[in-house]
Design a protein around this ligand. Structure first.
Ligand code: CP
Length: 302
């Protein structure tokens, strides 16, 4: 993985994903080791973020690396009209690795093609979010004791949800059984479904969330991505399509966990938070260990 960019989850092999998960387990036991001293990590966020940016920065800081970058492109020379090409070429002079979030699909691939240092895609529009997928795999393995043969139910915005796209593609390598719950307008894109068909796996579609819950090992809730809608009226129609309430978990398997990449808006009510099935805040914490594993693998330190 040394010196390679991580733009799509498929840029790394299944064996490499599993190495990252094993390494993340080591970091979870001992997250504060100064093995990245002398390295500089740049975080360029052209779109808002709390978890991805701060967990990458926390991961790097615990390992002794310095962090530079911006959380708002309007404070950078992008505001003056600087191109992505020029921004990346400039920042690569100041850093060993660039973590970038950008609203445009394909922007991270483009950055990786012009950059002399590795690029980690921290989300490119509605396309992919591969470091989130690795922490989701980590959270699934940690809570279920395995990655194979998981019944996973994805709920909400399956069309624009980049975390859903990357995770479905990854789970096609682990014989997952997929259940999809979404409004008709927000179904999974056909290119992602094609991965399921190519892997000869089963998937089921529902409009009623309660119908899917009893079969589920992992309930993966998602936010309706308001910022991706060109027509606000279309967003208003679907914004509260699926809301998970604690009472709806009565029929769930005891071992089921609720995941959500966060942020949530209305799709999980706060009474779910106290239920032992709620795992979304621990999932966000796992992001630090998994991102430590990603950074050290790409920098060739582990
Ligand atoms: N999961 C995730 O990408 O969260 P942020 O948008 O807060 O980074």
């Amino acid at each position: 993985m040394k010196n390679r960019s991580l733009v799509s989850i498929e840029d790394f092999s299944k064996e490499e994903w599993l190495k990252i998960l094993d390494l993340a387990e080591e970091f979870e036991k001992n997250p504060k080791q100064r093995i990245l001293e002398g390295n500089v990590i740049a975080t360029l966020f052209f779109e808002p973020s709390t978890r991805t940016r701060l967990s990458f920065e926390s991961a790097a800081s615990y390992l002794g690396a310095k962090v530079i970058g911006f959380s708002d492109a309007s404070s950078s020379s992008v505001k003056k009209g600087e191109s992505l090409n020029d921004t990346i070429l400039t920042v690569s002079n100041y850093s060993d690795i660039i973590v970038m979030r950008h609203p445009r699909e394909g922007s991270a691939r483009y950055a990786s093609e012009v950059s002399p240092v590795p690029i980690i895609n921290a989300g490119d529009g509605a396309n992919q979010h591969p470091s989130q997928t690795l922490l989701d795999l980590y959270s699934i393995r940690k809570t279920q004791g395995r990655l194979d043969n998981i019944h996973i139910t994805f709920v909400g915005d399956l069309k624009y949800g980049r975390t859903v796209h990357s995770l479905v593609i990854a789970l096609c390598n682990f014989n997952a059984i997929f259940h999809f719950v979404s409004p008709p307008e927000l179904k999974l894109p056909s290119y992602v479904k094609r991965h399921i068909k190519d892997a000869k796996l089963r998937y089921y579609q529902y409009t009623d969330l309660t119908e899917a819950i009893p079969k589920t090992d992992i309930l993966y809730m998602t936010r309706i991505q308001k910022e991706r809608f060109s027509d606000p009226i279309e967003y208003e129609k679907v914004k509260n399509a699926y809301i998970l309430r604690n009472s709806m978990l009565e029929e769930a398997k005891e071992s089921m966990k609720v995941l959500h990449p966060l942020p949530r808006v209305n799709e999980i009510t706060q009474d779910v938070d106290a239920n032992p099935m709620a795992y979304y805040f621990q999932q966000a914490q796992n992001g630090v260990y998994v991102r430590q594993a990603i950074l050290t693998s790409i920098l060739g330190v582990k």
